[in-house]
Design a protein. Structure first.
Ligand code: ADP
Ligand code: TYD
Length: 205
């Protein structure tokens, strides 16, 4: 059985990841499944609810462990079995989010972040392709405010400047991956979908 490919879509909140994930899944049909992080299994969704609850204070380092636990669960129960069964997996986020968001919220021990990310994902640490949708911070922020998700959400409440720091860390660490693409997120949904389609077709053909 030929293994499926693991494609990750990354970007800031509101950058258009889930819109593009749905578009790509639509074009791939039943060859592919979609997952999102954190979440995707009952346990990982429970961890997601806990993490996103802005009323629960925590040390930033705690988030690294919680996201990694949700990721290990998703990897072991959904992503690895699907790839082994020949399905492609299109993921909304992976460990690069932990590197970007948790270091931007103050976790300074980057070695520890990487160790946990590697432990959670094992051989799936390196995706076949990671696409970073680079949408200007201002646009992301305006979209989040429009959908009313900046209140009560732990991460969205950290604010626009925090998002700008997250983007910087993304761009710095992205370059360590063997296969990544940066797609300008300020175009139309159609334009971006066409670019992702071209990238996915090149990988899968
Ligand atoms: P994310 O999953 O990265 O948080 P979404 O895909 O949910 O982002 O998009 C956030 C909002 O922006 C949604 O309302 C979506 O319809 C809109 N949106 C996504 N991509 C674009 C785009 N290229 N142009 C304009 N609006 C967009
Ligand atoms: P979500 O509603 O999924 O945001 P989006 O639709 O933009 O992806 O919320 C997930 C939040 O968790 C988001 O603010 C990014 C953050 N996050 C981390 O801080 N670290 C991580 O490892 C992951 C996967 C997400």
């Amino acid at each position: 059985m030929k293994r499926g490919k693991y494609i990750v879509i990354e970007g800031l909140d509101g950058s258009g990841k889930s819109t593009q994930q749905q578009r790509l899944l639509h074009t791939l049909g039943d060859q592919a499944i979609g997952v999102r992080e954190p979440g995707g299994t009952p346990m990982a969704e429970a961890i997601r609810t806990l993490i996103k609850d802005g009323s629960i204070p925590r040390a930033p380092r705690t988030n690294v462990f919680l996201f990694s636990a949700a990721r290990a669960e998703l990897t072991d129960t959904i992503i690895r079995p699907a790839i082994g069964a020949g399905k492609h997996v299109v993921a909304d986020r992976n460990w690069l989010s932990t590197v970007a968001y948790q270091s931007a919220e103050g976790v300074s021990n980057m070695d520890e972040i990487y160790q946990l990310c590697k432990a959670a994902t094992e051989e799936l640490f390196t995706p076949d392709l990671l696409i970073f949708i680079d949408t200007p911070v201002k646009i992301c922020w305006q979209r989040l405010q429009k959908r009313g998700s900046t209140q009560g959400d732990y991460f969205d409440e950290l604010g626009e400047n925090y998002f700008a720091r997250v983007r910087e860390v993304y761009l710095e660490h992205l370059q360590k991956l063997p296969r990544y693409e940066i797609v300008d997120g300020s175009g139309s949904i159609e334009e971006i979908a066409a670019k992702l389609h071209t990238l996915a077709t090149a990988l899968l053909s």
